[in-house]
Design a protein around this ligand. Structure first.
Ligand SMILES: C[S@@+](CC[C@H](N)C(=O)[O-])C[C@H]1O[C@@H](n2cnc3c(N)ncnc32)[C@H](O)[C@@H]1O
Length: 188
């Protein structure tokens, strides 16, 4: 089995914008070690943070990290394949630093394998997310130049805006906000 994903450039890119934008109820999909969820749970304008991961090892580590950080009452962690175990919970912000590299997605590649083109999991996430957003809710996600991400397809459901691009030596990372077309009035 692969290791739980260690916070990296993509983690910090997403956290940087989330810290500035999020409020209310926040869901972090694919929370890994829980680093982002834990940091956001410290913000006074955030009411509740839920971190979800399909990998039970990640969920266990995130719970321990929250305990050590003294925020286990402010943040909860749940094992789930995307939204499967979330019932009808809704959130003001949903964040995702997805596995985004092209791969056939073997079980030990959970932290980086995003499907055949790299963008399949993110696209599935975007199609399942709207019922879990409160009115005015938005999504913040990382997209890599290594992912053959279909922006045109996503824009059938969302208005997208690139908030920042970070060039690394092998890829460019984008932090993208997705505003559902049903709530186009949300400001970022
Ligand atoms: C790139 S890592 C990001 C970890 C952490 N959020 C960060 O930014 O450091 C992607 C995470 O998504 C999780 N993941 C992969 N497929 C998933 C799925 N179908 N549902 C929920 N989480 C998933 C992986 O286990 C991994 O922890």
């Amino acid at each position: 089995m692969a290791e739980v994903y260690k916070p990296a450039e993509d983690t910090l890119l997403l956290l940087r914008h989330a810290e500035r934008l999020v409020e209310g109820d926040v869901l972090e999909m694919g929370t890994g070690s829980g680093y982002i969820a834990i940091e956001l749970s410290r913000l006074p304008r955030v009411r509740r943070v839920v971190g979800v991961d399909i990998d039970p090892k990640a969920v266990g580590m995130a719970r321990n990290n929250a305990l050590e950080a003294g925020v286990s009452d402010e943040v909860g962690f749940l094992e789930s394949d995307l939204f499967q175990n979330l019932g009808d919970s809704r959130f003001n912000w949903i964040l995702f630093n997805p596995p985004y590299l092209p791969s056939e997605g073997a079980i030990d590649e959970l932290s980086w394998a995003g499907g055949g083109t790299g963008g399949e999991l993110l696209m599935r996430f975007l199609s399942e997310a709207p019922p879990h957003l409160s009115p005015g809710g938005c999504i913040l996600a990382v997209v890599s130049s290594q992912t053959n991400f279909d922006f045109e397809k996503a824009e059938q459901q969302y208005k997208t805006e690139v908030l920042e691009e970070v060039s690394l030596f092998f890829e460019t990372l984008l932090c993208v906000v997705f505003v559902p077309s049903a709530f186009p009035e949300a400001e970022v």
